[in-house]
Design a protein around this ligand. Structure first.
Ligand code: SF4
Length: 275
């Protein structure tokens, strides 16, 4: 069976940067925390914990030492709470997320409704809402648009969302006779991975998507693959693979979310090549 890896797959710039910053912090200070899991990859988070990086669920759980802000960023009031506690803050917010936060703040200052496209429970979206202010509304899909939009309407997007969803929301707002101010904050790494996954899924008999089940960008990759290739499989670890998935396949594709390190991708590729 031929195994083809997507041209763009796996750890992105922002995740790599956050991991590097956490490792450097840990080498400087034994008492190092991350506010929430550093990345949406349980295997990597466990490895960091084994090396001494503690995962705090909230600001209340951290009394001393260093706290690393993950690539998803935080709400402004959370950053302030950490500083008020006298903690050393290492801000590993991805620069693309920081740009999206600034965009949300600009839309807030314009004074109307700020539509934040993304999953309400996702930490990046919570951070964006914190910057977008009281008139922020989170929309996971176009059918969640509220009836009462206050002009000027601004739109900002979770960095890992798909451009199709952004376009659908923009069109739905226009259909109400409102021209929104659109900040396309979908990051380049996400678009590269989505386009590569779609291209590969078109060519292969089956495709494996690797990443944390709690990872938004990996979930989107899986949805894209599924739309292009019926035999798409979403796994976190190589031992979840069932060889029966690939019965009759000549070519299998492999792609991975932005929080999936290369060793996890290689393990899957190596295993598939033995089938
Ligand atoms: S997916 Fe994009 S925005 Fe998110 S951490 Fe990676 S580079 Fe940054």
């Amino acid at each position: 069976m031929r195994v083809v890896r997507a041209k763009h797959a796996g750890v992105c710039y922002g995740v790599e940067r956050a991991l590097d910053m956490a490792v450097v912090a840990m080498m400087d200070e034994d008492d190092t925390h991350t506010l929430g899991p550093l990345i949406h990859n349980p295997t990597v988070v466990k490895q960091l914990e084994e090396q001494g990086v503690k995962v705090a669920k909230s600001v209340d759980d951290i009394e001393s030492g260093i706290v690393v802000i993950r690539s998803h960023g935080v709400e402004p009031h959370v950053m302030q709470q950490l500083k008020d506690k006298g903690l050393t803050v290492i801000d590993a917010t991805c620069p693309h997320v920081a740009k999206a936060q600034r965009s949300a703040g600009e839309l807030r200052d314009a004074g109307g409704t700020v539509i934040v496209i993304g999953r309400a429970e996702h930490p990046e979206v919570k951070g964006l809402c914190g910057h977008a202010g009281e008139r922020a509304v989170v929309v996971a899909d176009v059918d969640e648009l509220p009836d009462d939009l206050i002009e000027p309407v601004g739109i900002v997007v979770q960095t890992t969302e798909s451009k199709e969803k952004l376009e659908a929301v923009v069109e739905a707002v226009r259909a109400r006779g409102i021209e929104p101010v659109v900040k396309n904050t979908i990051c380049f790494a996400t678009r590269q991975r989505q386009n590569s996954a779609a291209d590969l899924a078109d060519e292969v008999d089956a495709i494996v998507v690797i990443g944390g089940k709690n990872s938004s960008n990996t979930t989107h990759l899986y949805d894209i693959c599924k739309a292009h290739c019926e035999r798409s499989y979403f796994i976190e670890r190589v031992d979840e693979i069932d060889p029966a998935w690939f019965a009759g396949c000549e070519t299998v594709g492999v792609t991975a979310g932005a929080s999936t390190p290369d060793d996890q991708i290689c393990a899957v590729v190596d295993y598939l090549e033995t089938l």
